[in-house]
Write a protein that binds this ligand. Structure first.
Ligand SMILES: Nc1ncnc2c1ncn2[C@@H]1O[C@H](COP(=O)(O)OP(=O)(O)O)[C@@H](O)[C@H]1O
Ligand SMILES: [Mg+2]
Length: 249
């Protein structure tokens, strides 16, 4: 299955993506992790090196060629079938791809990168026993561009505060426009039951996963250590979330 992890900046998308990847690997699955954040650090959270990984965005000529700009429009069907092998770094049953830095500011537009990512997602077929986990860019722009229209599940990470839940609402609306049926809310940084109640009430759904606040996650981040090995409680939370998503695996 293909899972995209979305949400406001800093809510824990990369942390939860890395935990989901590890939880799937622990089930003997083969996983392709795609870091689609313009400032990528999924590799660090997974405890692998992204050295020698060619970021898709760095392949400017290739992107220009393949998403050739035609007046104000991009060709939205760049060819990507040969990309996976070139841009993947393999670590046993785990492979990593990095979308890479997208230029920021007025001149920066991620249309080309997103067009390539979208086509890539469309053409990557997952067989039984394989999964793709996408750690998405913060916010909602990528949904507007339809980048992840072909995923099976969208996981929206929220924390128990209004701002993150408002972003989740925008994501939900855009995902529905894209006719993505399988949307889930995941609660992160939860300190007690009132936090879960707040999220449940604000979102109007039961979170498919609940990840507690973890001092060990904070420590692991500071020490640049992989997250899954740092806190078993968080890894357990990812395992139960996958159990809940289970029937579609
Ligand atoms: N459950 C948690 N407990 C403690 N710290 C967390 C938790 N989840 C995420 N963090 C911390 O919050 C920060 C942002 O997390 P990150 O996964 O990078 O968010 P995002 O990818 O959404 O920007 C990181 O420093 C991370 O270690
Ligand atoms: Mg991130």
């Amino acid at each position: 299955m293909k899972i995209a992890v979305c949400g406001k900046g800093g809510v824990g998308k990369s942390t939860i993506s890395a935990l989901v990847v590890q939880a799937l690997l622990d089930r003997e699955r083969t996983v392709l992790a795609i870091d689609a954040d313009p400032s990528p650090h999924l590799a660090r959270l997974l405890g692998i090196s992204q050295e020698n990984v060619t970021p898709i965005a760095a392949m400017k000529n290739l992107l220009q060629e393949r998403s050739e700009r035609n007046g104000p429009f991009y060709n939205m069907n760049p060819r990507v079938g040969d990309l996976p092998e070139k841009f993947m770094k393999r670590h046993g049953r785990l492979s990593l791809m990095v979308l890479g830095a997208i230029p920021q500011g007025g001149a920066g537009c991620a249309c080309a990168e997103n067009a390539v990512l979208r086509n890539l997602l469309n053409c990557l077929l997952v067989s039984k026993g394989e999964d793709i986990v996408l750690d998405m860019e913060a916010g909602v722009e990528h949904l507007g561009r339809g980048t992840i229209a072909s995923v099976d599940h969208i996981i929206i990470v929220v924390q128990p505060y209004r701002g993150s839940i408002e972003t989740a609402g925008k994501i939900e609306k855009l995902a529905k426009d894209l006719k993505i049926k399988s949307l889930h809310v995941v609660a992160n940084n939860v300190q007690d039951e009132t936090d879960v109640d707040f999220i449940r009430d604000m979102c109007g759904v039961e979170p498919v996963g609940v990840f507690p606040f973890s001092p060990l996650a904070r420590k692991a981040e500071r020490e640049a250590m992989p997250i899954a090995a740092a806190d078993e409680v968080l890894l357990d939370a990812a395992q139960s979330m996958i159990d809940t998503l289970g029937p579609s695996l």
